[in-house]
Design a protein around this ligand. Structure first.
Ligand SMILES: [Zn+2]
Length: 149
């Protein structure tokens, strides 16, 4: 039963969480993807209560409003937690093992993204990171953490 075995591999949780990143609806967030390709990370803020959403949302769940504005994030973050994903979901099977990190941005929101440009043994909870926009190998806008501000 190869199939059943594959479905229960230990990194399934990480794989699922990664999928969330790529399932952001494009309709109201076109600007987000365009700015990432320029190296900038924008997101949406509720005009009524000021809550910042990441990934961007077209609606505020607190105010039940669609009155949102675009803001550029500082990118400054500290590492909250991380894990190394050694067994990749099939989509990323041509990538080397990678580090997935949760960073708390200066603006107060937690972001889940890859952490690149650092060896696993050098990664420390609380370290400074920068969230950057970039073009992925597949030619799409994406975002990731790099060490330092
Ligand atoms: Zn609001």
């Amino acid at each position: 039963m190869e199939m059943a075995k594959a479905k229960s591999y230990p990194t399934l949780r990480s794989a699922r969480r990664l999928e969330l990143i790529y399932e952001i609806p494009i309709s109201k967030t076109q600007k987000f993807w365009e700015k990432l390709e320029e190296g900038k990370v924008f997101t949406t803020r509720c005009k009524d209560c000021g809550k910042i959403y990441f990934p961007p949302s077209g609606d505020c769940v607190d105010c039940l409003t669609s009155d949102m504005e675009w803001v550029e994030l500082s990118g400054e973050a500290v590492l909250v937690t991380f894990t190394q994903v050694a067994v990749r979901p099939q989509t990323f099977s041509d990538y080397e093992p990678y580090i997935v990190a949760v960073g708390k941005l200066k603006e107060g929101v937690n972001v889940l993204a890859w952490l690149t440009g650092i060896k696993l043994e050098d990664v420390k909870i609380g370290m400074k990171m920068r969230l950057i926009g970039k073009v992925s190998r597949e030619g799409r806008g994406t975002y990731e953490f790099i060490p330092g501000y």
